[in-house]
Design a protein around this ligand. Structure first.
Ligand SMILES: [Zn+2]
Length: 347
């Protein structure tokens, strides 16, 4: 196109700048609008429990590298699935990815299914990975809450009650890791954490929409175990796990991470698993969630693709860092400057 030598009109300049600003917003941030009563809340593209079970059985059947184990049942009798990639040789490093302890925090389950599908393809890459590492997935851990099949009403939820944080008994599973009063927590501890040699764990959550750093919404936040009884070397390894995640997500353009402000109680998995089993852990909180009784927690579905991808990138980076050994050597000094997130409420 031949450029005009005439100065651009004010109208044109305004139009150009506006376009630039909006395309920046659309492409750089990857953080769709808050619900605020006028965005779409919809779970039609979210994998249901039954669909997930079918997929997992299919991957198990077609791949020699993947095995399924039912390790317990939910309150409502749904089977809890452990997906095992690799031969589980305890001499190989092993990572556990736990998703959806809170039933309304769904997108990391979608990511896990995406990653499991890729691993189930008998490719050179998956065979190579399986020769070096083991990966455990517990997708949709709070299956009853995820299906909204619970013994209490959800009528005040903004999305109509698509899913809830709690299990069917209205217990927050991520506050039950020391008491272990629920079948889900008992099964996780007795059949998985006590039985497998696990070297790292990431616990995937969603944190609502308003968390921000430097007045910009974050795509997520991370934190290592902070209970004072956790061994220093376990904290150190957890911080390195965080560095792998931080480097991978921040390099992608759609990721902006803050430091999660979290408690030190061992009732939560991030602390308990590090404390009781000496397993380095990372909490990863994605932006938004699919439904809630608090409007500002709920994110319209426009961001789902980016947020799923953020978890996919995380899982892939950790698997690769385990295979190469980078997880032991990575520089974790970013933690010293990672900003604790605050809250930004607009309008
Ligand atoms: Zn959560």
């Amino acid at each position: 196109m031949k450029l005009s030598k005439k100065p651009l009109s004010i109208v044109l300049i305004v139009a150009l700048v506006t376009t630039m600003i909006f395309s920046q917003l659309a492409f750089a941030v990857g953080e769709g609008p808050l619900y605020k009563g006028n965005e779409t809340i919809n779970n039609s593209r979210i994998t249901t429990y039954e669909e997930m079970v079918e997929l997992l059985k299919d991957y198990d059947e077609k791949s020699d590298l993947i095995n399924l184990q039912v390790f317990g049942q939910t309150v409502k009798g749904r089977d809890l699935y452990l997906v095992k990639f690799g031969d589980m040789n305890p001499n190989k490093p092993t990572v556990l990815f736990l998703t959806q302890q809170h039933g309304n925090e769904v997108l990391s389950t979608e990511a896990a299914l995406n990653v499991i599908r890729n691993l189930s393809v008998n490719s050179k890459n998956s065979k190579d990975l399986a020769s070096k590492i083991n990966v455990l997935f517990i997708p949709k851990y709070n299956a009853d809450g995820g299906e909204a099949d619970v013994n209490f009403p959800l009528e005040n939820y903004y999305g109509g009650g698509l899913a809830t944080r709690y299990n069917a008994n209205r217990i927050d599973l991520n506050r039950d890791h020391t008491a272990r009063t629920q079948p889900e927590t008992r099964a996780l501890h007795s059949e998985v954490l006590s039985k497998y040699k696990i070297d790292y764990m990431i616990d995937f959550h969603h944190q609502g929409t308003t968390s921000a750093v430097d007045d910009e919404y974050v795509s997520g936040s991370i934190l290592y175990p902070t209970n004072e009884g956790v061994k220093p070397e376990v904290v150190q390894a957890s911080r390195k796990l965080g560095a792998i995640v931080y480097n991978a997500v921040e390099s992608k353009g759609f990721g902006k991470l803050g430091k999660y402000i979290g408690g030190s109680a061992n009732t939560i998995a991030r602390n308990c698993v590090a404390h009781d089993y000496d397993i380095p852990t990372l909490l990863f909180e994605m932006r938004g969630m699919i439904d809630n009784e608090w409007m500002d927690a709920v994110l319209g579905q426009k961001s789902n693709g980016y947020l799923i991808q953020q978890s996919v990138v995380t899982m892939q980076a950790v698997m690769n860092a385990l295979a190469t050994g980078e997880i032991e050597t990575v520089d974790d000094s970013f933690w010293e400057t990672l900003t604790e997130q605050g809250s930004k409420v607009t309008e």
